[in-house]
Structures are given as structure tokens and as C-alpha cells.
Design a protein around this ligand. Structure first.
Ligand SMILES: C[S@@+](CC[C@H](N)C(=O)[O-])C[C@H]1O[C@@H](n2cnc3c(N)ncnc32)[C@H](O)[C@@H]1O
Length: 278
């Protein structure tokens, strides 16, 4: 895959150039991006739940802000938890849809979308600069098969997607939460898999990758133990990185530190009958 999707916006942008951080002072209550993603689309302060992400103050470059304002109305989706989405309507076709949770800056997402135009990617993250970056990449590279969702993937899965809506799920380098007291924040847990399974068609692939070995072991344990998934590896272990998954930004940082990367590919098994559940 060419490097064009990885091109940085600018090395050292001059003030007011397209790559410069936006330093606009807002009046109280004024939205950060008038036509862009909402700061807290689901009003999440009303829901007490341990989250897998940490809210961060994020500097948005002028290029990202421009993409958020222009492209959000066309390709953005706020996860408000208030409606069920028709994915064929969202993408304008009924091709298979893969959900990617936590796309970060979106370079790998854009590369995968370019490499497989017949698959739609619904990419979700809470990270505003990344949302702007991915929208910009999609526009610059003529990608019509990416939609960017803003908010908590759990609410998207639980409230806004129909049963069997998805043909795949990708979770690349989820926050590892290495401290023991934070393990409960890790995304890949039995309850999460039970929810995801309800939205995945039989045969859909769940693809996870991590450079944090204890988390990789946890992923392997919980996926192997879960009745709705089976390992695509006959030996029951980790998979080699499939050719379609580019190196990601977090992966690069992990590799620089000498971390070992593990991929896991599990298949959603056919639905159990009521008979089998008894
Ligand atoms: C460590 S980064 C990895 C980013 C990218 N996949 C990569 O490999 O470069 C994890 C990302 O997942 C996002 N994230 C974590 N939990 C999430 C959730 N429940 N819903 C949406 N995004 C989430 C975080 O905001 C963060 O951007």
C-alpha cells in the first residue's frame, strides 16, 4: 500500500497555515465546531459506567477543524444513543459493514478502506483530532466507504445498531490499561463480547491486535472461552498479522519500545437455537 495515506499534514506549520493548531477562543456554550461532532453526544454524564477511554483535551489543527466543519454533516455520525441506524442508508449501499473501534488518527483505517472499496468501514472514536484527520484522509483519497462515528462504541453497539448488522469488528491496539486497578477499563471483556456478538452476523470476524502481551493473553482467554466465537487458528493461538491490516500509529510506538505484537482473529459462530440454550 502506498504511503500517501500516511503523509503528515505539515512538518512545522507556520501560524495560521492549514497545519497550525487552532487557537480560537469560544464564548461559553458556543460549540467547538458549529457543524461538527458534539462534545458529549450521548450526554454520558447521565450514565455511570466504567469507560475504556479517557477524555483528553485535544488540540485540533486548522486542517482537521476545516475537515470537521465541512465533512462532518456528510460523513459524520454522533453517537447519541437515540436512534437505530440504517447502515445501508448511512453508506448509500448495502455492502458489508465492518466496525472499527478506536481508530486513533485513522491512517490505518483509511488505508484499509482504500484497499477494499467493497467493504464499508464504520470507524468510531472519541478523539476529535483523529476524527478530523480521518475525514480529511477520506476526502483527499476519494474514499466513499468510510463513516466516522463520534462517541462511545458501547452505546453505538447497544443502542444504535440492529442485530446481525455487522460483518466484522476490528479493535487495533485498544488502550492497554496496564495497571491492575485499571484492568476493568479494558475493552475486550466477556460482557463486551456478548454485546458485540449480538450485532455480528454468523461468520463475521472479530480482529483484535495489541502490543501489550498480558492484554493479548487476556484477549485470547476471553475470546476462547466465549461461546459465540471460535478461533480461526486451528492451533487455538494468535494469528499472524493479515496482509490487509496496515501497521498502525500505536503499533509503531510499541515496536519502537521492543514490544511484541499479537493479532487475534475469531469467527462469530452460528446463532444457538433455543434448544441448544436449554
Ligand atoms: C491506543 S489508541 C489506538 C489507536 C489506533 N487503533 C492505533 O493503533 O493507532 C485507542 C483508541 O481507542 C479509543 N477508544 C477507546 N475506547 C473507546 C470506546 N469505547 N469508544 C470509542 N473509542 C474508544 C481511544 O479514544 C483511542 O483513540
Amino acid at each position: 500500500m502506498s504511503d500517501f495515506l500516511n503523509a503528515p499534514e505539515a512538518a512545522s506549520p507556520a501560524p495560521h497555515s492549514p497545519g497550525a493548531p487552532v487557537r480560537h477562543t469560544r464564548a461559553k456554550g458556543e460549540p467547538r465546531f458549529p457543524d461538527g461532532p458534539k462534545a458529549d453526544p450521548a450526554g454520558s454524564h447521565f450514565e455511570r459506567r466504567i469507560r475504556s477511554f479517557q477524555p483528553r483535551r485535544s488540540r485540533v489543527t486548522a486542517g482537521q477543524a476545516d475537515a470537521l466543519q465541512r465533512l462532518w454533516p456528510k460523513w459524520g455520525l454522533d453517537i447519541d444513543g437515540q436512534r437505530v441506524i440504517d447502515l445501508a442508508e448511512l453508506f448509500g449501499n448495502d455492502r458489508p459493514v465492518v466496525l472499527e473501534i478506536g481508530f486513533g488518527m485513522g491512517e490505518a483505517t483509511a488505508q484499509m478502506a482504500a484497499g477494499d472499496p467493497d467493504t464499508n468501514i464504520l470507524a468510531v472514536d472519541v478523539h476529535t483530532p483523529g476524527q478530523g484527520n480521518l475525514l480529511g484522509l477520506a476526502e483527499r483519497n476519494g474514499l466513499s466507504n468510510v463513516r466516522v462515528a463520534n462517541g462511545d462504541a458501547i452505546i453505538l453497539l447497544r443502542e444504535m445498531l440492529r442485530p446481525d448488522a455487522l460483518d466484522g469488528l476490528r479493535v487495533y491496539f485498544p488502550d492497554p490499561w496496564p495497571k491492575k486497578r485499571h484492568h476493568k477499563r479494558r475493552l475486550i471483556q466477556p460482557e463486551f463480547l456478548t454485546l458485540a456478538a449480538t450485532r455480528l452476523r454468523p461468520g463475521a470476524i472479530v480482529h483484535c491486535a495489541t502490543d501489550w502481551e498480558p492484554y493479548a493473553e487476556q484477549m485470547l482467554d476471553v475470546l476462547t472461552a466465549h461461546p459465540d466465537f471460535e478461533n480461526t487458528r486451528p492451533d487455538g493461538g494468535f494469528s499472524p498479522r493479515p496482509a490487509f491490516r496496515p501497521l498502525t500509529r500505536f503499533e509503531g510506538q510499541g515496536l519502537d519500545k521492543g514490544h511484541v505484537v499479537n493479532d487475534l482473529l475469531f469467527r462469530r459462530v452460528p446463532h444457538r437455537t433455543a434448544e441448544q440454550d436449554r
